[in-house]
Each structure stands twice: as C-alpha cells, then as structure tokens.
Design a binder for this molecule. Structure first.
Ligand SMILES: [Zn+2]
Ligand SMILES: [Zn+2]
Length: 280
C-alpha cells in the first residue's frame, strides 16, 4: 500500500510527532518545525536530532515531510518582511534537511498588484539564498485561490519558473484542487485534472498528495478542510481520485480537522478502507 500518514504535532517535543505517527500506524507523516504563525524558530539539540533520526529508521517512516510556516512571504512589498521570510525559509529548510526530511512543502504567496514575472523573480531569489541541501527537496503546493498556484497550468508554469536543484516537484492538495474549480467528485472535474497534467507531461512532478475533503463547494476558492468523505468531495470522489494510475504510488498525508486523536484514527481508517477496496 502507498505510504499514508497525517500531520502530527511537535508541541511538547519533536519526538512527540513520531510517537503520534506510530500510534496511528502511519507509514509517513508531516510536521511543522515550530508554531507556523510565529517567526521564532527553536534549535534542536544534537541528541534530539539523533534520537529523531534513529526512531524514523526504527519505525520505517518514509517520507518525512516538513510543512513551511505560514508567515513566509518572499514577494512582500515590505523589504523587512522579505528579509525575515528569507531568513526563516532558510532556517526551516536547512533544519528539515538536518532531520533527514524528504520534502519541505510550501505555499507560495500571490500578490494581486504584481505581475507573474516579478513574483517568479522574487520567489526565485528567495530560494537561491538557501544553498545546497543534503537530501531534502522543496515541493510547491497548489492553493485554493491564486494566479500562480491554483490552476494546474499556472502551478506548472510557476514550478518551471522557480526551478532549481533544490526544488523537487509539486504537492497536490485535494481540498485546494476542488476549491480551485476541479470538481474531482465527478468525472468531468477529474478528467480536467488528468488532461491538464497529461498535456504538460507533469504527473512525475507530483511527489506528495495532501488528502483533504472540502467544507466548501467546488470552485469556491475557499480553503476549508473537512473529514474524509464528510465534505463535498465525498467517498466516491476520493475513490476516483485515488484510482488515478499515474499517481497511485504517491504518498498521502491527511490534514483533516483534528479535535482529538480519534479524528485522525477515523480519517485514516476511511482512507485505508478505500485503498484496500481499490487494491482488491
Ligand atoms: Zn495542504
Ligand atoms: Zn488548505
């Protein structure tokens, strides 16, 4: 079965994120390195990093995904924000690399007053400050609403324009895809998604899938995640999406609402059941 996991918490300790993933029988997982709404980023001690890597191997958790914090804005009109964003981006990506992360996923900011070319140039420059990485690759995630990352042709154009050796591909979030106008709950929407990807020969760019249902209808532009099967995409929609042959090996990370541990358990078991049905 393809790797399946959830976003877990580093709230009390970095190791906590692994414990959560193991308890949920995940085979992959995703973390923030710190509170994603704060600029402060703590250091981890060598001992903690060593233990983290040892446990990752022991439990065969793969891939490890680090999600960027939300504050990073490489195209802000405020030079101070650009400077802080470049600093935080570099710190986070280097830390992800030290932890042995496979991917660092980021949503790029849009700016309605800026032409695409300028956005690409500023974003490229921000990434160029990171330097060389051992293993970690950056993935650019699709968003619910944006002129650079919501529609598949725009997302691919953006990827190609910011391309560098540290950028490894894209991450597709099903809730964002749906909100951006790809009604994957029905055949036509699914076809549109597949056809656009085929047209640009871009299935191989998809390295990760964020599997989320949507609280808002298709094309709403609203990014609101829902439990798997409980939103507008629904079980049938996920069955069809997960059947897409070209991306049937791609790891799945759930970012569904979480009030308690049980929410993750339920969503994971729903996804595993769908995958089992598709395998048989
Ligand atoms: Zn996502
Ligand atoms: Zn989202």
């Amino acid at each position: 079965m393809r790797p399946v996991g959830v976003h877990t918490s580093v709230k009390n300790s970095l190791i906590n994120s692994i414990n959560e993933a193991v308890e949920l029988q995940c085979t992959t997982f995703q973390i923030f390195l710190h509170s994603p709404r704060l600029w402060q980023i703590p250091e981890f001690s060598v001992e903690v990093i060593d233990e983290f890597k040892k446990l990752m191997q022991l439990y065969k958790l793969n891939p490890l995904v680090v999600h960027a914090s939300y504050l990073i804005n490489l195209i802000s009109s405020n030079p101070k924000t650009i400077a802080s964003s470049r600093y935080l981006l570099k710190r986070e990506v280097l830390m992800a690399d030290v932890l042995g992360a496979d991917y660092y996923v980021i949503h790029l900011k849009d700016n309605k007053d800026m032409e695409k070319e300028e956005i690409f140039a500023k974003t490229r420059e921000g990434f160029s400050k990171i330097g060389k990485l051992e293993k970690c690759k950056i993935l650019i995630e699709n968003t619910a609403k944006s002129k650079i990352t919501a529609l598949i042709p725009d997302l691919i154009e953006t990827f190609k324009n910011v391309e560098s050796e540290i950028i490894g591909g894209i991450c597709i979030d099903t809730c964002h895809l749906f909100a951006a106008g790809y009604d994957i709950a029905n055949e036509n929407g699914l076809k549109k998604f597949i056809e656009e990807l085929s047209k640009y020969g871009s299935f191989d760019l998809i390295k990760l899938i964020h599997l989320n249902d949507s609280k808002a209808p298709a094309g709403s532009g609203i990014d609101r995640h829902e439990h798997i099967g409980k939103g507008y995409i629904g079980i049938k929609g996920f069955e069809n999406f997960l059947k897409i042959k070209e991306i049937s090996h791609v790891p799945l990370i759930l970012e569904t609402p979480k009030k308690s541990f049980d929410d993750d358990l339920k969503n994971l078991s729903t996804v595993r059941e769908i995958l089992k049905r598709l395998e048989s």
